[in-house]
Design a protein around this ligand. Structure first.
Ligand code: FPP
Length: 236
C-alpha cells in the first residue's frame, strides 16, 4: 500500500460512457455495462492499493429508471450477479459494502444480494465501497429536510439548532466523510444529481475515456492530478 498525505481519503466516481463504449463496437448497451463491471473491480483494487478509505460509485441514478425496461433488467441482473460473485473477494480483501439511495425501488433479488453483502462485510475494516443505487441527490436532500421537519414538528429538535452538521447527519451518507476527489468519465461536464451537498469542496477530474476503458493507470492518474492540486492549494 502506497499511501501519502496526498492520497484522497474518499473518491467518488460518476461511471459514464458504457453505452457509447458498446455502440462504438456495434454491441448492445448491456455489453457496455458488463465491461464496466470489470472497471469497477479494478477501481476497487486500485483504491485498496492506494489506501483510499471510501470509494463511492454512481451505479444507478433515480433518473435511470426512465431507460428501456430491458436495459434496466440487464443492469439489475448484472448488479445482482456482481454482488453474489464478488462477495468472497470482498470478504478476503476486507472490503465493507454500503449502499445509498432509494433501495426500496430495486428488484427484490437485487436487494437481497445487497443486504446480504452489507451484512456479511459489516465487520470489515478496509476499503468502504459505497454503491449509489436508485440514487438522486435532490431526493436525498428533500428526505433529510423532511426527517428534520418531522422531528421539529414532534418537538424532538429545535429548528434553531439545525446546522450543517445536523443536516449532514440526516443524509444517506451520514458518518461518511465528504469526497476529496470526484471523477467523471466519458468527458461530460455535468454533476447529474450526484452528491450535491457532499462535493461542495471536492476536486473534480474529468476523464475523456468511457468507463469500460477507465482502468488502474487512469485512476492513478486522476489521483496524481488531485495530489498536484492539493499540494498547490491545500496547505497555506
Ligand atoms: C453510465 O453509462 C453507466 C450506468 C448508468 C451504469 C453503471 C453501471 C456499471 C458500471 C455496471 C455495474 C456496476 C456495478 C457496481 C457492478 P451510460 O449507459 O449512461 O453510457 P452512455 O452515456 O454512453 O450511454
Amino acid at each position: 500500500m502506497d499511501t501519502t498525505n496526498d492520497t484522497p481519503r474518499h473518491i467518488a466516481i460518476i461511471m459514464d460512457g458504457n453505452g457509447r463504449w458498446a455502440n462504438a463496437r456495434g454491441l448492445p448497451r448491456g455489453e457496455g455495462h458488463r465491461a464496466g463491471a470489470e472497471s469497477v473491480r479494478e477501481a476497487v483494487e486500485t483504491c485498496r492499493q492506494l489506501g483510499v478509505e471510501y470509494l463511492t460509485l454512481y451505479a444507478f441514478s433515480s433518473e435511470n429508471w426512465s431507460r428501456p425496461k430491458n436495459e434496466i433488467d440487464s443492469l439489475m441482473k448484472l448488479l445482482e450477479r456482481f454482488l453474489r460473485d464478488k462477495l468472497p473477494e470482498m470478504l478476503k480483501q476486507n472490503v465493507r459494502l454500503h449502499a445509498i439511495g432509494n433501495l426500496s425501488m430495486l428488484p427484490v433479488n437485487c436487494r437481497k444480494e445487497i443486504d446480504k453483502a452489507i451484512e456479511k462485510t459489516r465487520d470489515n475494516t478496509g476499503l468502504n465501497l459505497i454503491l449509489a443505487l436508485s440514487y438522486g441527490s435532490r431526493e436525498e436532500i428533500t428526505d433529510a429536510a423532511r426527517a428534520l421537519a418531522t422531528k421539529a414538528a414532534a418537538g424532538e429538535i429545535d429548528p434553531a439548532d439545525i446546522d450543517n452538521e445536523m443536516f449532514a447527519n440526516h443524509l444517506y451518507t451520514a458518518g461518511i466523510p465528504d469526497p476529496d476527489l470526484l471523477v467523471r468519465t466519458s468527458g461530460e461536464l455535468r454533476i447529474s444529481n450526484f452528491l450535491l451537498w457532499q462535493i461542495s469542496y471536492s476536486e473534480i477530474v474529468i476523464s475523456p475515456k468511457n468507463w469500460p476503458d477507465f482502468r488502474n493507470a487512469d485512476l492513478r492518474a486522476a489521483v496524481d492530478e488531485y495530489a498536484r492540486r492539493h499540494r498547490r492549494f491545500g496547505a497555506v
